[in-house]
Design a binder for this molecule. Sequence first.
Ligand SMILES: Cc1cc2nc3c(=O)[nH]c(=O)nc-3n(C[C@H](O)[C@H](O)[C@H](O)COP(=O)(O)O)c2cc1C
Length: 471
Amino acid sequence: MDNKHLEAALEQALTKPLTHLVNLEHPLDFNAYVHAGGYMGATKALKEFTPKEVLTIVSNSGLKGRGGAGFPTGMKWSCVPSLQENTAGHSINKLENSYLICNADEMEPGTFKDRHLLEGVPHQLIEAMIIASYTISANKAFIFLRGEYHLAAKRLQKAIDEAYENNWLGAKIQGSDYQLDLYLHTSAGRYICGEETALINALEGKRANPRAKPPFPQVSGLFGKPTVVNNVETLSNLPHILKHGSEWFKDLSPHSDPGTKMYAACGQVKKPGLWELPMGVTIRELLFEHAGGMPDGVQLKGLLPGGASTDFLTEQHLDTPMDFDSIGKAGSRLGTGGLIVLGDKHCPVAMVLNLLQFFAQESCGWCTPCRDGTAWAVEILTRIEQGKGTNADLKQLEELCDFMWLGKTHCALAPGAVEPLKSAMRYFKADFEQHIEQGCCSYQKAKGELTTSEEQLAKEQRKGEHHDCAK
Ligand SMILES: Cc1cc2nc3c(=O)[nH]c(=O)nc-3n(C[C@H](O)[C@H](O)[C@H](O)COP(=O)(O)O)c2cc1C
């Protein structure tokens, strides 16, 4: 980055902390990152604060996890035994058996925010992991990286090597008593590996099935030791919170959830992309100002606000701020903040079928509601989409949604699959009913995608019970 570009980047340091140093073509090497103010957050943490003080700063900032669930980061860390009251006197080197894992598995459809940070500013994550590891007294940390992220793997490994060469990793970091080793682990590549306990099993060399909780990983995680799993974006906030303080972080957003957020938009939009914006930008602003709105001639039908495993929202929700609380009150989840937009020329049944096919393929098979429920939903949705469904199928789908819900499964994969399905059946009920009543998909029909033989077959299957789309 030349001086002109660096100056421009630094001007955005206080408003776009996560991305102001992103350079996708030539990410900053160690010296350039330091020159741009990098490793100042970690320096402050190690030289000015005890782990407990860092915990207080992070808790006060109100940072919530960006991996999907929005769990408060400080609260998660405070469950680690080394940060409990009765271990206050422990020296950090005696507690070497806790671990930090950065969840960089990122396989949620419609989500590509972590990749941007991993490829564009790898040293930021390493600095963040030093801060987090120091706080939870971990001497070993892991980046669990999606296997297909080859470029990120190459750049991260280079940055890790540079951090070792410059005494930011290894023994006696920057003259302190603190030691940290950081390992890059590439995933074998399943969506379930992103679920934190399945991830831990995978890292231990076991089959990636989720574990029953409790115990939570903060108490018993990797190799049975206290383990914190945090998302890439969550961690990447830490250097900036340490550098500028909790109040600055809170002031970044006018809403109750502080900080900035990496928002994305894909699907039926003019300009798919990724933007770092203050937490709580409205759906309307994200969709129409940043993503350029709907393609010409297309109206908004619905959208998933935070990746594939969130509930549909519709036009009535356009003025909802995209923060955890507001999207929750609107009946969905902020999830990963990646909008997937459905236009009125595309079939919602087909979209949900496509998503369920993904979830069914990615189910680890460990629990019955997920293994059988997702496959069953695919079977029924396929029937409905092909115009061969019945009203009994709709009833069955509703029952399936209940069968796959939270509390009945080992992890949140199946409940996540239910979210778009159940909400589609609520908001787009007429479309489901149309497929059944008319024996075909009117969207395919309008596009001329339904061939005569398919129409004929659909008609025959329905034994003349209903009218077809041509009427
Ligand atoms: C099926 C499934 C896949 C997940 N994939 C990811 C992922 O790729 N990245 C991620 O950070 N969190 C993922 N999560 C959430 C993690 O289990 C965990 O909550 C998160 O890493 C915690 O980090 P945070 O507190 O910083 O948000 C997934 C959860 C489920 C149920």
